[in-house]
Design a protein around this ligand. Structure first.
Ligand code: AMP
Ligand code: GLY
Length: 422
């Protein structure tokens, strides 16, 4: 079978790894992929949002299934486009993708379907801001409505910050949208909860804890994610029942009521306080870097599970896991999530030992001459290890990154600090 994977991050490398490991006979194509994916798939340098160009390649090369990693092409309607061409494509369609593509759509949807979430208001003017400030304590969260690559959320400690942020967004700071959302700040522990669904039935496909801030001790700017571990250690059957009954089921039912069938991965970003879960956001795809750990821990055949979504046999599938925990530590280029330098050679990368318990998934990397590998992005590599203890997994993941060298190498050494210390 020929399969196309859309994307170029650590998430997509880990999906390629997982599929190839259990399905030796598949041929993988990555659009556009990275240096890591090029060792197990054919990288094709086509922009994932150029649907016509993608189709032309997919059609010519008889690719039978497309799996979409990132949100941008999903929100842009890649699934609708390929479904019209009768090509199997895994992911939610454009309407369903609004769950991530428009935070205001999501909040109104939560309101209608009684899904627990932070109090909110769409601020159309500074008058609205004043109204919200009167009834909400600081900090207050200001969000841009549309996709902003992890940069659209600010936690504001006073009125001045709120007003500055709101004005910037209303004035067009983000090209995706000028709409602004104000939210109450939720206290608690964050959990990433993943399901796979065919629109009728769903299965849980893992839990994880991400670390979004750039600095150790969860300080500094928000990023796409600097490391994650799985499973989440605050999860238990009582909490999971609440997540399913109060959040997941009302979401799928609410979508069906407005004529939207959700197919694909749905990632609930949750805040849990006193064992009560609230929805912070939905993502319409696997998380990056959470996916990297899930792919190492999953024992079932991912491809088989994905295919069951198309023939609606997901209900009969069981998803099995290695019970050992896993961790992934993201190595970035110093400066990320702001400015950073590309094209630095990563020394010793070809010496890393990789096996069933440890993998170095690539993100922003590119191949040069003579097997040399260079940095090509903010987040560069993901050292992913499963082990009997999380502490040992982190020790090994860091050891792998310690042996690599490039002058702007940066990573947090404290991923998982809330559960295993620094
Ligand atoms: P989002 O882009 O919605 O995922 O937000 C990015 C991060 O900001 C989340 O992972 C949380 O850490 C934080 N965040 C967003 N909304 C809230 C909220 N209402 N209360 C507390 N933290 C939040
Ligand atoms: N790791 C967070 C995300 O993928 O959105």
């Amino acid at each position: 079978m020929k399969i196309g994977i859309i994307g170029s991050g650590g998430r997509e490398h880990s999906i390629c790894y997982k599929i190839k490991k259990t399905n030796k006979n598949v041929d993988l194509f990555c659009f556009p992929g990275n240096a890591g994916t090029s060792t197990i798939s054919k990288n094709v340098n086509i922009d994932p949002c150029d649907f016509d160009k993608l189709y032309s390649f997919v059609n010519k090369n008889k690719i039978e299934l497309i799996i979409v990693g990132p949100e941008l092409p999903l929100v842009g309607g890649i699934v609708d486009y390929f479904e019209k061409k009768n090509i199997k494509i895994f992911g939610p369609n454009k309407k369903a993708s609004q769950l991530e593509g428009s935070k205001i759509f999501l909040k109104n949807f939560c309101d209608k379907n009684l899904i627990p979430t932070a109090k909110f208001l769409e601020a159309k003017s500074l008058d609205d801001v004043n109204k919200f400030l009167k009834v909400t304590n600081f900090p207050i969260v200001v969000k841009s409505d549309g996709l902003a690559g992890g940069k659209g959320v600010t936690i504001c400690k006073d009125e001045e910050e709120v007003i500055n942020d709101v004005e910037e967004i209303l004035n067009g700071k983000f090209s995706s949208s000028k709409k602004v959302l104000l939210e109450e700040f939720l206290q608690g522990e964050e959990v990433s909860y993943f399901i796979i669904t065919d629109g009728k039935n769903f299965k849980t496909i893992g839990t994880a804890q991400d670390h979004k801030r750039i600095g150790e001790g969860d300080t500094g700017l928000n990023t796409g994610g600097m490391g994650a571990y799985s499973p989440s250690l605050i999860m238990n059957s009582k909490l999971e029942k609440k997540i399913i009954d109060n959040i997941i089921k009302p979401t799928l039912d609410g979508l069906n009521k407005i004529g939207i069938t959700y197919k694909g991965i749905l990632y609930a970003g949750l805040m849990v306080y006193n064992q009560e879960p609230k929805l912070i956001e939905y993502n319409i795809r696997f998380g990056d870097p959470e996916c990297q750990v899930l792919m190492m821990r999953m024992e079932s055949n991912l491809l088989d599970i994905i295919l069951s979504v198309f023939n609606e046999t997901l209900i009969h599938k069981t998803i099995n896991w290695n019970l050992n925990p896993g961790i992934t530590v993201v190595a970035a280029s110093k400066g990320y999530p702001k400015k950073f330098v590309n094209n630095e050679e990563i020394v010793n990368i070809n010496d890393v030992v990789q096996n069933d318990t440890q993998q170095l998934f690539h993100a922003g990397t590119i191949k040069g001459k003579k097997d040399k590998i260079f940095t090509n992005g903010g987040r560069v590599l993901n050292s992913t290890v499963i082990s009997e203890t999380l502490a040992d997994a982190r020790y090994r993941a860091l050891k792998i990154l310690d042996q690599l060298d490039w002058s702007n190498k940066y990573y947090r050494r404290d991923i998982g600090f809330k559960v295993i210390g620094k």
